[in-house]
Structures are given as C-alpha cells and as structure tokens.
Write a protein that binds this ligand. Structure first.
Ligand code: CO
Ligand code: CO
Ligand code: CO
Length: 326
C-alpha cells in the first residue's frame, strides 16, 4: 500500500516466482524471506532516508535502528549489513559523514551484527540507511498476516515521532523531541527476543504509514478487523500537545486520506486521531498474540526495561481490514 503513485508503478512489474520465496513483494511485509534449507531462511530488507535530527551521530544510530527493525519484525536475528550513503561531497564537512557512519556502526554492533560493505554516492542531500540480512527458522517467520480473532495487540514503543520532528523544526517541545530521538535510536531487539517466548500470530513494526496504516496491513492481510483502544496508546511526551497545536507532518494527512476503513468513536479527540496516522521512524513492534497472553507479554516487556509498552487493541472476526478506534 502507500499514498502516491510510486507503489502503483511498482505493481506494474510482473512478480517473480521461486519456490524458495517464503515472503516476497506481493504482501506488504517488513522484509523478504528466502528458504535456504530445512532449518535456515534468509531475511533481507533495505531502508534509507534523509536526516530527521540535526546530530549526525544520532541520525546514524536512528537510521540503523530503523533498518534493523524490519529484521526483528520478522522474528529474525540480524547477521550482516551494508551501508547505503548519499553525501554532498565538498558542501558538508567529512566529519559529518564520519559521525553518521559511526552512529550506524555502533548500532549495528549493539545488535550483534556486522557491517561488511556498502556504497556511497555524491548527492545534494545526505541520505543514510542499511541493507540488512538476517536468518531465522523457515517455520518461525513472523509475518503481518497471521492475526486471529480474539488476539490481543501489544505495541512496544510510544507514538508521535513524526509530530515531534515537526516540533523540532519549529524549535518547540525540546523534552518531547529528545524523548522521540531516544526512542527512534532504540533497537527492537529486546522486544523481539522477549516475544519469541510467546505465541506470536503476527508482527510488524510501526513506520511510515503510521499506527493505523500498519494496523490496516495486518488486518487486511489476516482477513480480520481490529479494534484500537485510543486510551491505551503509549504517547511520547508532548506529542498530544504538539498535535493539538497543528504540528502534524504532511505524511499523516496522506495516511489518513489513504485509509478509508477507519471509524473513530466520537469521543476520540482530533489530536489523538492525528497521532494514530502520524508516520513513525524506527517505531515499535506491534504483536498479535492470543488474547490471554496479551497482558503477560506486556508485563514481560516492561520487566525487560521497555517503558512504553501496552495492550492497545483486539482482533475481531467481523469484516476484512476494518479498523475501529474507540
Ligand atoms: Co517495517
Ligand atoms: Co522498511
Ligand atoms: Co559500489
């Protein structure tokens, strides 16, 4: 899915078929999965973007955490990564590039993976990200398409990074901006590790399509509907206030226009609705687990040090891809 025409252009290409492809480009999943043998599958993903924070080292960390996240969202373990770099040579100091790459390097090291190469081009605006390869067991792949009626939905990071990036550009809400940066730089490794002890039916990470965009992909892919409890959503500090001031990025409106299957209860305030559509960078994991495991998973994640975890909704049988926010 995706607002704009790019996704439509990509869809015009004929799909490549191969029996070893367990997860390919026909589903809106976080990464591709290729079965090597009976015990090992390759999990591969790539992502890069322009700076969303001023500090180049922090930008490198965030870009790497974001790229690694799609590996964790598939239930896999990252092994290797390749740097993708665009940099305005001669216009920005070489130290800036070094700091970006150092941030990426340190985050990949924290993930227990290793950078084994990359490619750099001269470009007007800096861009950075990584192509990451991980492995998992072919029978243990988490997709976004396995949610079942009765499942509880657990979210592992607070929402509002896009709104707080707008606040940052307006030099407002420094506390919330700092909290958003720390959240974006945090790996989803612990969340994935803890959840692997539970019966994960579906998983995805929350990124550019916002909470409800990714909830929609899970609901549509699983042929279910989803009810979100807006009161339970973990929010970054100042996010609600910034949204109420109108510091809402264009991408949130694009996500909102694209999603026609969302119904809000009258009681859900406009700024909370905006947060539901806010494009996230390096957002949390969203797990669908059997209803009776929801609270236990949230408690286990909190005990592991994740402070912004909550059970945020339930999966229901009615309809296909309908979302109700109460
Ligand atoms: Co993803
Ligand atoms: Co991605
Ligand atoms: Co090259």
């Amino acid at each position: 899915m995706g607002p704009g025409d790019l996704a439509g252009i990509l869809r015009q290409l004929p799909v490549m078929h191969n029996p070893n492809v367990l997860v390919g480009i026909t589903t809106s999943d976080d990464a591709g999965v290729y079965k090597l043998n009976e015990t090992t599958a390759l999990v591969q993903t790539v992502d890069f973007f322009t700076p969303i924070v001023d500090d180049p080292y922090l930008f490198g960390q965030i870009a790497a955490a974001n790229s690694l996240s799609d590996i964790y969202a598939m239930g896999a373990m990252p092994l290797t990564a390749l740097n993708l770099v665009a940099f305005p040579q001669g216009k920005l100091a070489g130290e800036v590039l070094l700091a970006i790459l150092q941030g990426g390097r340190d985050k990949v090291a924290e993930a227990g993976a290793v950078i084994i190469g990359g490619h750099t081009i001269d470009d007007d605006e800096p861009k950075y990200g990584l192509a990451v390869t991980g492995i998992t067991h072919p029978n243990k792949v988490w997709t976004n398409a396995g949610a079942q009626p009765g499942d509880a939905l657990v979210l592992t990071k607070a929402l509002g990074t896009g709104i707080l990036a707008s606040a940052d550009r307006a030099s407002l809400f420094p506390e919330g901006v700092a909290a958003a940066a720390a959240s974006m730089a945090a790996l989803n490794a612990v969340a994935a590790q803890i959840a692997s002890d539970f019966s994960v039916h579906a998983c995805t990470d929350i990124t550019g399509f916002g909470l409800l965009g990714h909830v929609f992909e899970m609901a549509a892919g699983s042929n279910v509907s989803i009810v979100i409890n807006s009161q339970a959503l973990p929010l970054l500090p100042d996010a609600a206030e910034a949204a109420a001031m109108g510091l809402v990025p264009a991408g949130a409106y694009a996500n909102r226009n694209y999603l026609q299957t969302v119904t809000f209860a009258d009681s859900v305030k406009e700024n909370i609705r905006d947060i539901c559509f806010d494009p996230q960078t390096s957002g949390g994991l969203l797990f669908a687990v059997p209803g009776h495991q929801g609270e236990a998973l949230a408690v286990a994640l909190a005990n592991a040090g994740l402070v912004d975890v909550n059970v945020i909704g339930q999966v229901t049988a009615q309809g296909e891809g309908d979302i109700y926010v109460r």
